[in-house]
Design a protein around this ligand. Structure first.
Ligand code: C2E
Ligand code: CA
Ligand code: CA
Ligand code: CA
Length: 279
């Protein structure tokens, strides 16, 4: 066994060296992605169950690399967060989404609220609210047409700081939602203290909601909780008519998911808006 030591050790360092190399390569590619204009946004509609109307869209970032192809966020957001590159990416997304939503308004499309995902890091920087205000002013988008999505772990990281940032965002008039709701470990007390408007029920509860009694119970409980606190409940990852029926019966306000539409390029949103009544 002793003789295997050095060989295994060498194997280890080779594998590590490779992993580090890949990471460094990926990092330098990512570093240049903004200046090379390689990011783009897709938008996924959110549909009101009562009316079938598309009330909003979520902006989801895509990295279009000439060699790697279309890189999904799961493959670069974690690295972007570790390296801090997410700051520039999120601010690019914020500006781009506000500009697009403002252009849709100018084209006379039905009013849409655009939601943008911000990573936890943004809430630890001074001046987030000023940056958001600048994006709104630059684009001419009314504040009520912007929603900011944050996860439970973001607000729980430093609750006092988060509460103050959220209050200053709220003061601008933007809407705030808790993303992936139910997957955090958090106490629910923050919901009372923070100026939240929307709970987005995580896809992990929705996928089996019609077959798993626990998921059904949790989903009902989240909808009830949202309504008790005067918040809207939005179900994520809705894929089937059976899920839609369950959510409708249980009073969920809005749905988002492949059932209605996957995320699409901005040009396709206009077309989608015409079939909003189809749900
Ligand atoms: P998320 O915010 O929870 O976004 C929803 C994800 O679910 C999206 O994945 C969307 O394409 C996917 N999805 C929507 N409907 C369905 C469905 O019916 N079934 C299934 N299986 N999936 C569905 P996407 O676009 O790959 O984004 C993954 C995550 O990356 C997002 O999760 C979000 O956490 C993060 N992300 C995306 N854009 C940004 C961004 O601009 N900034 C930051 N910080 N994070 C982002
Ligand atoms: Ca989201
Ligand atoms: Ca989510
Ligand atoms: Ca997520």
């Amino acid at each position: 066994a002793r003789a295997e030591g050095p060989a295994r050790y060498r194997f280890h360092t080779d594998a590590m060296a490779l992993a580090i190399r890949e990471r460094v390569d990926m990092e330098s590619l990512l570093r240049h992605a903004i200046e090379r204009n390689q990011f783009a946004l897709q938008y996924q509609p959110r549909v009101e169950l009562a009316s079938g109307a598309v009330l909003g869209v979520e902006a989801l970032v895509r990295w279009r690399h000439p060699v790697l192809g279309l890189v999904p966020p799961a493959r670069f957001i974690p690295l972007a967060e570790e390296t801090g590159l997410i700051d520039d990416i999120d601010m690019w997304v914020l500006d781009e989404a506000c500009t697009r939503a403002s252009a849709w308004r100018a084209q006379g499309l039905p009013p849409l609220r655009v939601s943008v995902n911000l990573s936890a890091r943004q809430f630890q920087q001074a001046g987030l609210a000023q940056r958001v205000q600048a994006a709104l002013e630059k684009s001419g988008l009314p504040p009520g047409c912007l929603e900011i999505e944050i996860t439970e772990s973001t607000v729980m990281r430093d609750t006092a700081e988060a509460a103050s940032v959220l209050r200053s965002l709220k003061a601008l008039g933007v809407a705030l939602s808790i993303d992936d709701f139910g997957t955090g470990y958090s106490s629910l007390s923050y919901l009372k203290r923070f100026p939240i408007d929307v709970l987005k029920i995580d896809r992990s509860f929705i996928s089996d909601v019609t077959v798993d009694a626990n998921d059904a119970a949790i989903t009902r409980a989240i909808i009830a909780l949202a309504h008790t606190l005067n918040l809207e409940a939005v179900a994520e990852g809705v894929e089937t008519a059976e899920q839609v029926a369950f959510l409708r019966e249980n009073g969920c306000d809005e749905i988002q998911g492949y059932y209605f539409s996957p995320p699409v390029w901005p040009e396709q949103i206009e077309e989608l808006l015409d079939r909003g009544a189809g749900t």
